[in-house]
Ligand binder design. Structure first.
Ligand SMILES: *[C@@H]1O[C@H](CO)[C@@H](O)[C@H](O)[C@H]1NC(C)=O
Ligand SMILES: *[C@@H]1O[C@H](CO)[C@@H](O)[C@H](O)[C@H]1NC(C)=O
Length: 395
């Protein structure tokens, strides 16, 4: 390319970029200016990538804007580091291709990799997972499944006002990232959709907060995996779904622990479990400690309070003692109804009993009209109870 052509190309590009200052003072980069089409059919992946590269190289704070419309996007990684802060402002909707193989085996649909000072604001995303779930259910050879939003090695991230539909597997995954705030998100997938965790956290710290969100999905509303630290979960509506869980832990011999987790002011509706710690029945160096579950309402929940160190679905474990050490777990002010008699279950490992379990002000009644009492089950669990605890503590 001649020098003149290069220069005019750059000039054109500069024109395409709306060099308009947005109210926040950020430079705005509209994906449509980079060739994206909001018609729901045209593949806009490359246009999004070009807009990202331009915004990410901005010396000033940048805003990558997605206007109204439906934009078809394939698997894409938005890579950092960027030169300044970057806001992904979505007014329209991003959809994945219908073909379940189109997202390939990458494991993600929309990934942010090594990006700092990132905010993802508003917008709707739909991964169209139904074809993938059906492939899984029929036991065909399916691709590995894509996380809808994947934050990988990111720092100082805000996700606010996003709505996610029908992820293939997890809706939002936070992995190896620090200081992440998730606010006001809405997550939706059918109750029977397999492995569609709402928000999954792994090897992440700083402070992770997940607040003011509604999660209806086919697996855990929130799952805090190995290496999750300093996590604050507040004002969550969970259900349908499996639970708000710590785990599954202990699938690996060597893995990071989970500590300093608070789940508060949340409501569970018709979920399989309420708050849960689960560990595979196998040796591991993992641990979970300093966990507080408080001010929770259970409405017709299968197992409102449960620690299960003998977790082994489909016999995918050697049925050995869990090596995960569980201690200092508080359950306080948890009220409502249980849809099974087992309102409280503490099934801990015989080689690593749970200790420091605290129960305070618990009232969980059986939903069954026959009004049988709820029960508490303990196995290798130690701790104390105070206030009114119903069913009666077995610790
Ligand atoms: C988290 O990151 C690690 C290392 O990059 C990777 O092996 C693992 O599969 C990731 N997990 C998720 C849930 O993204
Ligand atoms: C525990 O986590 C909270 C956030 O939930 C954080 O503010 C606090 O600093 C953490 N405490 C320690 C000792 O790291």
């Amino acid at each position: 390319m001649s020098r003149f052509k290069t220069i005019s190309w750059i000039y054109l590009l500069a024109l395409i970029i709306e060099l308009i200052l947005s109210p926040s003072g950020a430079l705005a980069y509209n994906v449509v200016g980079f060739g994206a089409k909001g018609d729901g059919r045209t593949d806009s992946t490359l246009a999004f990538l070009r807009a990202w590269i331009a915004a990410c190289s901005s010396i000033r704070p940048a805003m990558l804007s997605v206007p109204r419309g439906t934009f078809l996007i394939k698997s894409v990684t938005f890579t950092g580091p960027c030169r300044n802060s970057i806001q992904f402002a979505i007014q329209g909707k991003l959809v994945a291709p219908d073909n379940i193989y189109a997202l390939g085996n990458s494991g993600y649909w929309i990934q942010f990799y090594k990006v700092s000072r990132l905010s993802i604001i508003r917008g709707t995303i739909d991964a169209k997972g139904a074809g993938f779930w059906s492939c899984r259910r029929h036991g065909q050879s399916c691709p590995q499944g894509a996380r809808s939003i994947s934050l990988q090695w990111c720092n100082n991230v805000l996700v606010r006002g996003l709505t996610s539909y029908n992820s293939q597997i997890m809706h939002i995954s936070i992995n190896r990232s620090n200081n992440v705030k998730i606010q006001n998100v809405k997550i939706n997938a059918p109750s029977g959709s397999p492995n569609t965790d709402g928000i999954h956290v792994e090897y992440s710290m700083g402070v992770i907060t997940i607040t003011d969100s509604t999660i209806r999905t086919g697996d855990d509303c929130i799952s805090l995996g190995q290496g999750s630290m300093n996590v604050w979960v507040e004002q969550i509506g969970c259900g349908p779904g499996h639970s708000i869980s710590i785990g599954s832990l202990g699938n690996n011999l060597n893995e990071g622990g989970v500590q300093n987790v608070t789940v508060t002011n949340s409501v569970f509706t018709k979920t399989q479990n309420g708050v849960r710690l689960k560990c595979w029945a196998r040796p591991s160096s993992g641990y979970a400690r300093n966990v507080v579950f408080r001010n929770l309402i259970m409405k017709n929940v299968g197992h409102p309070i449960i620690i299960d160190q003998k977790y082994c679905p489909n016999n995918r474990c050697p049925h050995k003692n869990s090596g995960v050490r569980i201690s200092q777990v508080t359950f306080k002010n948890i009220k409502g109804t249980s849809s099974t008699q087992a309102a409280m279950t503490f099934r801990c490992s015989s080689s690593n009993p749970c200790y420091g379990i605290k129960l305070q002000d618990i009232k969980l009644t059986y939903i069954n009209l026959l009004k049988r009492p709820t029960l508490a089950y303990c196995e290798n669990a130690g701790g104390s109870s105070s206030g009114t605890v119903f069913p009666k503590s077995c610790l």
